[in-house]
Design a protein around this ligand. Structure first.
Ligand code: FAD
Ligand code: DLZ
Ligand code: SF4
Length: 520
């Protein structure tokens, strides 16, 4: 009797229509799901992130069993018998004697390297399938990227619009005549701006059990579990999506870049955790957004903005990740060597913007895009923090963080560590930008209008320190080079003031103690 087909499903592959399940028969298939130490500890993930993934995995396994599938599920137990994916697959092969192991490719380089060894390690046939939950295949991306000196999301995105037909008019032109309505999506927050509260999901018994496990095994990791309210099943994720399309998409576009102290979600969808786990289909969400526009329930700038984040940025960074790995991990074009400041972990800083973004990160395992980019990321860029330390921080602290999406955003988008392959210029900004787009500065010890010296917003001198130290490279950049005329007009004394202020501030920064991000 030939054995069954063994189908390992990883923690971010919780999709009923996964390529490895398609066409399989239930009486001839054993699904393998594994809680393993390697994944839980390769960095010291935020407690909510581990709880979310384990709870979603356990619920998914239950759903599959209810649907009649046979599921072999290993809960995190003794490190000796739940160490790694490869170790667990080996043990499952012994248990079930499969004729074929059929698995969807891992999202991360680290895991895919191991997976590619399986064919040599195991006696049965191994099949690694393409993850077709993404719209763009790697071959398509590589083809598109080939021979381009610079890769730009905007052009890639247009290809994805054509491929999916999303927001396309009948004449093959973009809906409304323009591809991108970003210029309408930069409204500063008006006084009292608040969004309807998103649904929070009370932990059920499965989630509570997992929360106890995480407290017991990973209690000293960063972050709080008290506010856990993430969707952990497809039904809950659908409910979260329904609420977004009913209540928040209308203002999503205009206030996409706005920040309000204590308003952690604003009009963002808060769906990234569910999309990345596989509970929601990204293309289906884009179609729902388009439907809302066509039915007159949401303006084009909001809908186009949402679609662009998903079929544009999300697909683009994934293609970029595989195009640039493994060297993207080591990239450091600006030779940034400073240690990550300790306040990224403790939130103890007098800079009100950073303190609020870090609080939200600790409480929710989430911060919205502009907080990640223009506050947390901007500071790391200006201060010259070493990319490896920033990468680790982002990978640890966000519940939606997997290396394929985190690394391009951190190394290439915020730190310019790839030297400008992904983005046309560094997203460097002074306190003026944060003051315009948020209400943080009103509650801050520092003043955004003070440029140097005591009480000046640290982003101001840091901005010019960054520009000055990277002049040789950035002066050639047509999008940012003109700034040096302003710098030169200031004269030597003013310039010295800026540089001295920045250096005094940087000298006072306390580097993070070892052990926050990685064990040992
Ligand atoms: P919304 O604002 O509602 O956007 C809708 C969706 O678009 C998101 O759910 C997400 O799937 C997608 N999206 C938007 N921007 C991006 C982007 N730049 N890259 C990829 N997808 C995008 N996103 C992650 O999913 N995981 C990460 O680890 C991650 N790390 C980031 C690190 C940095 C430095 C930056 C600047 C951005 C990062 N992002 C990451 C992208 C973005 O910040 C989050 O996807 C977003 O904040 C999630 O919240 P949301 O679902 O409310 O998003
Ligand atoms: C992030 C994570 C964690 C913390 N734990 C597990 C786990 O125990 N089992 C699992 O299947 N997946 C886990 N994950 C998600 C994996 O790291 C993710 O599947 C990788 O991106 C695969 O490349
Ligand atoms: Fe942030 Fe500067 Fe504003 Fe303070 S003054 S909140 S440090 S931008």
């Amino acid at each position: 009797m030939p054995g069954p087909v063994l189908v390992p499903i990883l923690g971010d592959q919780l999709t009923r229509d996964l390529a490895s399940l398609r066409g399989r028969t239930k009486d001839d298939t054993v699904i393998l799901m594994m809680e393993v130490w390697d994944e839980a500890t390769y960095v010291r993930h935020h407690k909510q992130k581990i709880a979310l993934i384990f709870s979603a995995m356990r619920h998914f396994a239950e759903e599959l069993r209810d649907a009649g599938w046979s599921v072999d599920y290993t809960e995190l137990g003794n490190p000796d018998n739940a160490g790694s994916f490869t170790g667990e697959v080996a043990r499952a092969i012994e248990r079930h004697g499969p004729r074929l192991v059929s698995v969807v490719e891992a999202g991360e380089w680290r895991v895919r390297q191991d997976m590619e060894q399986w064919a040599d390690k195991f006696a049965c046939e191994i099949e690694i399938l393409r993850d077709d939950r993404f719209i763009c295949t790697q071959a398509e991306f590589d083809d598109w990227a080939q021979d381009r000196k610079e890769l730009r999301m905007e052009f890639f995105y247009r290809e994805m619009r054509r491929k999916t037909g999303l927001l396309m008019a009948e004449d093959g032109k973009p809906e409304g005549g323009a591809w991108n309505y970003d210029s309408e999506n930069r409204k500063p927050p008006k006084e009292g701006l608040a969004a309807p509260e998103r649904p929070k999901f009370e932990p059920d018994t499965v989630t509570q059990e997992v929360i106890e496990l995480v407290e017991a095994r990973f209690g000293d990791h960063f972050g709080s579990l008290d506010t856990f309210g993430w969707p952990v099943t497809r039904d809950e994720a659908e409910e979260a999506a329904d609420a977004f399309f009913a209540e928040r998409i209308e203002c999503f576009g205009p206030y996409q870049d706005a920040m309000v102290a204590g308003e952690d979600d604003l009009f963002h969808s808060m769906l990234s955790t569910s999309i990345n786990l596989g509970l929601l289909d990204p293309l289906e969400l884009c179609r729902r957004a388009e439907e809302a526009y066509r039915a007159g329930r949401a303006p084009l700038n909001s809908v186009e903005g949402f679609v662009r984040q998903i079929i544009g940025w999300r697909e683009y960074v994934r293609g970029f990740y595989w195009h640039q790995m493994p060297h993207l991990q080591e990239a450091n074009a600006l030779n940034a060597q400073r240690g990550l400041p300790e306040f990224y972990w403790t939130g103890e800083t007098e800079m009100a913007c950073l303190a609020d973004c870090i609080r939200s990160t600790r409480d929710n395992a989430h911060a919205h895009h502009i907080q990640r980019l223009m506050v947390l990321g901007n500071f790391a860029l200006l201060a010259g923090v070493n990319p490896r330390e920033v990468q680790d921080w982002y990978l640890v602290v966000y519940a939606d963080a997997y290396e394929w999406v985190e690394l391009p955003n951190v190394a290439a988008m915020i730190l310019y560590a790839d030297g400008g392959k992904l983005a046309s210029k560094p997203y460097a900004a002074s306190g003026n930008y944060i003051n315009k787009m948020s209400n943080y500065c009103a509650g801050c010890t520092y003043s955004p209008s003070k440029k140097t010296g005591e009480g000046a917003c640290p982003f101001n001198p840091l901005y010019w320190h960054f520009m000055d130290r990277h002049r040789e490279r950035l002066e050639q950049n047509h999008r940012i080079g003109r700034i040096y005329a302003t710098w030169d007009r200031m004269g030597e004394e003013r310039q010295r003031d800026y540089l001295d202020s920045a250096e005094a501030f940087l000298d006072r920064l306390e580097p993070a103690r070892a052990g926050w991000a990685r064990n040992g």
